[in-house]
Design a binder for this molecule. Structure first.
Ligand SMILES: Cc1cc2nc3c(=O)[nH]c(=O)nc-3n(C[C@H](O)[C@H](O)[C@H](O)COP(=O)(O)OP(=O)(O)OC[C@H]3O[C@@H](n4cnc5c(N)ncnc54)[C@H](O)[C@@H]3O)c2cc1C
Length: 304
C-alpha cells in the first residue's frame, strides 16, 4: 500500500459514518433481511451461491447474543421460504462467546438443529486467535453429537493451521480456507505476504489430500490460479470458490462461466459500520474512494 493509502486507512475511523456507508455500500446487502433476500436471489439468478452473515460481532450483553441468534433463525426461514441457494455463516462472539460461553454453545446448537431440519448448512467463521480453540472445540462437539451440516474456517496466516488440519482430518471436515483477517503476533502467525500465500497453498493441498470439502476463499489472483490447478477435474461436491460481496465480482462471474462453483459472502444488518471499516482497510484503492467521496462533498456539483 502506498504511503498516502496507509495514511487514509489510519484516519478512516475519523471519517463520517455517512461517507463510510456510501463508500462501503457495495460490501453489504443492506440493513434488513429483505435486503439480503434480494441480493441473494440476484446472485442465485447468476448461478452464484451465497452465505448469509448477520452483522453483529460487537456485542456485550446476553440479550444481544439472543437477538443475533433470532435474526439467524429468521434468515434460515427466509432461505427456506424463498428457496434460496444459500447457507449461513456465524461468528461465535456474536452468539456471546466472550459474554457467556454456555449461552453461546446453547444458541449455536439450537441454530444448527433448526438449520439441519431445513437442510441448510452452517459455517462457523474463524475470528481472532483468542477464539480458535473454543471454535474448534465447539465444532468437534457438534460433530460428535451427529451434526454433519456444519463447517469451520481455518486461517493460512496462523502457524498452527497445518497441525489443526492433521488433527481434524479424521472428521473429514468441511473447511473454508482463507488468509485470515486479524492482526496476530509473529510468535503465532506468519507476517509476510508471501509466507501467508505459501501456507495457504500447503493447507489447501493438505485439505484436498484429506478428502475434505474445501471452500477456497480468496480474491488473490495468484492463489485463485494455484487453486484452479489443484481442483481441475475434481467433482463439484469437493470444492467451491468463495468471495466477499462487492470484491472482484467480475472475476467471480468468470469463474462461474468457466464451470466453477462460487459462493459469495453476503453480510447484512444494522451493525454494518465495523464490517465496512474492515473491508475498506484491506482495500488497496481505499484512499482514492474515500478521497473522491470527500471531494464530492466538499466541492459542490455544478448544475449543467
Ligand atoms: C468468503 C470469505 C470468507 C471469509 N471468512 C473469514 C473468516 O472466517 N475469518 C477470517 O479471518 N477471514 C475471513 N475472510 C477474509 C480473508 O481472511 C482475507 O482477509 C480476505 O479475503 C483478503 O485476502 P485475499 O486472499 O482476498 O487476498 P488479498 O491479497 O487481500 O486481496 C487480493 C486482491 O483482491 C482485491 N481485494 C481484496 N480485498 C478487497 C476489498 N476489500 N475491496 C476491493 N478489493 C479487494 C484486491 O484486488 C487485492 O489486491 C474471508 C474471506 C472470504 C472471501
Amino acid at each position: 500500500m502506498r504511503v498516502f493509502d496507509r495514511a487514509v486507512v489510519r484516519v478512516l475511523p475519523a471519517v463520517p459514518r455517512s461517507i463510510v456507508r456510501r463508500v462501503a455500500g457495495r460490501y453489504i446487502a443492506g440493513s434488513t433481511l429483505d435486503d439480503a433476500r434480494r441480493v441473494v436471489s440476484e446472485l442465485n439468478a447468476g448461478g452464484i451461491r451465497a452465505t448469509v452473515d448477520v452483522l453483529g460481532e460487537e456485542i456485550s450483553r446476553p440479550d444481544e447474543a439472543q437477538a443475533i441468534a433470532r435474526a439467524y433463525h429468521e434468515a434460515l426461514a427466509a432461505i427456506e421460504t424463498d428457496g434460496l441457494d444459500a447457507n449461513v455463516s456465524i461468528k461465535l462472539t456474536g452468539f456471546g462467546l466472550k459474554v457467556d460461553a454456555a449461552l453461546c454453545r446453547r444458541l449455536v446448537r439450537e441454530l444448527v438443529s433448526d438449520a439441519a431440519a431445513k437442510g441448510i448448512f452452517v459455517r462457523i467463521d474463524m475470528e481472532d486467535s483468542s477464539t480458535t480453540d473454543d471454535t474448534l472445540d465447539l465444532y468437534r462437539a457438534l460433530r460428535d453429537e451427529g451434526h454433519e451440516g456444519v463447517g469451520i474456517v481455518l486461517q493460512a496466516a496462523l502457524k498452527r493451521t497445518q497441525g489443526d488440519i492433521d488433527a481434524l482430518a479424521p472428521l473429514r471436515p468441511s473447511v473454508r480456507i482463507c488468509k485470515g483477517i486479524y492482526l496476530e503476533p509473529a510468535s503465532i502467525a506468519f507476517q509476510g505476504f508471501d509466507e501467508v500465500r505459501r501456507n495457504f497453498v500447503v493447507c489447501l493441498d493438505a485439505l484436498l489430500e484429506a478428502g475434505c470439502r474445501v471452500g477456497i476463499a480468496t480474491h488473490d489472483e495468484w492463489l485463485i490460479e494455484q487453486a484452479l490447478e489443484r481442483v481441475s477435474g475434481l467433482d463439484e461436491s469437493r470444492y467451491e470458490m468463495q468471495m466477499l460481496l462487492g470484491v472482484r465480482a467480475a472475476r467471480g462471474r468468470e469463474l462461474v462461466a468457466a464451470g466453477h462453483p462460487l459462493r459469495v459472502y453476503v453480510p447484512y444488518g444494522e451493525q454494518w459500520y465495523e464490517y465496512s471499516l474492515r473491508r475498506l482497510q484491506e482495500n488497496p484503492k481505499v484512499a482514492g474512494y474515500v478521497a473522491s467521496d470527500l471531494l464530492r462533498r466538499i466541492v459542490p456539483r455544478r448544475s449543467a
